[in-house]
Structures are given as structure tokens and as C-alpha cells.
Design a binder for this molecule. Structure first.
Ligand code: GLN
Length: 280
């Protein structure tokens, strides 16, 4: 199950994550910090599912992601979101006969935006009990675990070593929740994981806790300086990524699950994993 190996990077992380709005957005290029405000403004003009109807009644599904989580999502060559999740949701849209419009948002605002600003979120999002109170999830599509990124030669090697440490995380992620539960931890939360990694390089934090695949991508950019340690060595549990949808939209959940199943059966899913994640 774990083919989470080093990935060939083609300058993906060198591309700054700019607006990356959906195709219908006319927002001009701007720094990522302002992008989400513009996205929010743009999406008020776009109809999303009403509380009663199903999002399936619409021709175009509005998808939220956070294009700063390679290889699942990142800003592609033209600045719009690209990556495994984007390919997957496009393939699902095709199966459902729907157009999809993918918007770049801050990870921490995705769950609250489902059912109003967006219809669906796909963002390497782990199924958690807390999130399940607010949204419904598809069947899981990917198994993951948190990694601990450290500088080469760091003493950090076990759960005990994480106590009383300065830990960098991406705000609102499972890495954030884990770090906050560690005894004596001083957690620095960033909107973008890459900024946490930069602060690790600058010595402002002792380690970064983040999902395995992005961890490996970030580390491969700084192999001389950084190492990604397997979360199992710290007792972290495996997590499941799933697609988040409005709570109670059973028709949508069922259709998405059916599409996922078909994509697994017809080999498309494995092809996307090979193209985006394992590098074949
Ligand atoms: N899997 C993590 C979570 O769901 C991180 C996701 C992300 O940063 N895109 O919290």
C-alpha cells in the first residue's frame, strides 16, 4: 500500500502559488494571501447547492482545494490547481456528466465553505470525527501518515523527543492537531506548509509535522539539509483521504462513490496514482 516514494520534481515547488482561481474567475494575479479573499468574493456570484437540493442538480460543480500540497495539489504551469486530486475530481466530474471548476482556497476554510461557497472539497483531506460532524465524506481513496521533517543530524527520533519542541504545521491540518496534543509543544501554524519548512531551514522551529507525500516532496528540494522521518516511528496512526461533501447530500455522495469505484475498476485511478504520485 505504501508506494510513497521520492517523487520526481519538475520545479513544481519553484512555482509560486498564486491566485490559481477557477477558470471563470476574473481575479487578477495576486499574492496567495489575498487570493482566498478574491476567491470568496468570486464564489458568491456562483450558485452552490441549496440546503435542500442536491449539488447533483447543477451542471457545474464548484470544487475547493488548497494548491500547496504536492503531489495532490499545487499551482500548475498556468497557475491553476494541478495534481492528483485535481485529475481525480476531473475524472469523477466526467463520470457524472458535470463540469468541474476548481478553486484554490486556504485549507483551513474548506470544510466551512462546503455547501455554500463550494460543493465539494478535495485536498488530501483526512477523514476525522470532527470534520464528519460538518460534512459527509466519500469512500476513502488514499492512505497516508504524518511524517516529521527534521534537519539532518537532528536528535529527534521518537515520540518522547517531540515533547517541549517547537513544531511547525499547516494550520487546521491533522499534523496541527497531533502537534498541539504533544506535551509542552510550542506549535507554529502556517497557512502554507512550505513556509513551515522554510522556518525549519531558518532554525525557527525544531521540526515540521506534515503528511508523508508532501513531506517527501519538500525534503527532496533540500536533501542536503532535511530528512523526512516516518510517522510510524512516532506512533502516528494511518489516515485516510476522502472527498468532502455537504452533510446530508446522499445523492451526491452515492454518485461520487460510484464514480470512484468505476475509476478504480477501469484502471484510471491507478494510472493517476502512477502519473502523479509514484512516478511509475
Ligand atoms: N491530510 C491533512 C488533513 O486533512 C492535511 C491536508 C492538507 O494540508 N491539504 O488535515
Amino acid at each position: 500500500m505504501k508506494k510513497l516514494l521520492a517523487l520526481v520534481l519538475t520545479g513544481v515547488l519553484g512555482v509560486s502559488v498564486l491566485t490559481a482561481c477557477g477558470s471563470s474567475s476574473s481575479a487578477p494575479s495576486a499574492a496567495a494571501e489575498t487570493a482566498s479573499t478574491e476567491v470568496a468574493a468570486a464564489s458568491t456570484e456562483t450558485e452552490t447547492a441549496s440546503a435542500s437540493g442536491s449539488a447533483l442538480d447543477k451542471d457545474t460543480l464548484i470544487i475547493g482545494t488548497n494548491a500547496a500540497f504536492p503531489p495532490f495539489e499545487y499551482a500548475g504551469d498556468d497557475g491553476t490547481p494541478a495534481g492528483f486530486d485535481v485529475d481525480l475530481i476531473n475524472a469523477i466530474g466526467e463520470k457524472l456528466g458535470k463540469k468541474v471548476e476548481v478553486k484554490d482556497m486556504e485549507f483551513d476554510s474548506l470544510v466551512a465553505s462546503i455547501g455554500n461557497k463550494i460543493d465539494i472539497a478535495i485536498a488530501g483531506m483526512t477523514v476525522t470525527e470532527e470534520r464528519q460532524k460538518m460534512v459527509d465524506f466519500s469512500d476513502p481513496y488514499y492512505e497516508a501518515v504524518q511524517n516529521v521533517i527534521v534537519v539532518n543530524g537532528s536528535e529527534i527520533a521518537s515520540a518522547d523527543d517531540l515533547k517541549n519542541k517547537k513544531i511547525g504545521v499547516q494550520l487546521g491540518t491533522t499534523g496541527d492537531f497531533i502537534a498541539s496534543d504533544i506535551e509542552g509543544s510550542e506549535v507554529s501554524q502556517y497557512n502554507k506548509a512550505v513556509d513551515a519548512v522554510n522556518d525549519l531551514l531558518n532554525g525557527r522551529v525544531d521540526c515540521v509535522i506534515i503528511d508523508a507525500n508532501p513531506a517527501q516532496e519538500f525534503v527532496s528540494q533540500h536533501a542536503e539539509e532535511l530528512t523526512a522521518l516516518e510517522g510510524t516511528q512516532f506512533g502516528f496512526e494511518t489516515e485516510n483521504y476522502a472527498i468532502a461533501m455537504p452533510k446530508g447530500d446522499a445523492a451526491l455522495v452515492e454518485a461520487v462513490n460510484q464514480a470512484l469505484k468505476e475509476l478504480k475498476e477501469d484502471g484510471t485511478f491507478d494510472k493517476l496514482v502512477a502519473e502523479n504520485i509514484t512516478g511509475e
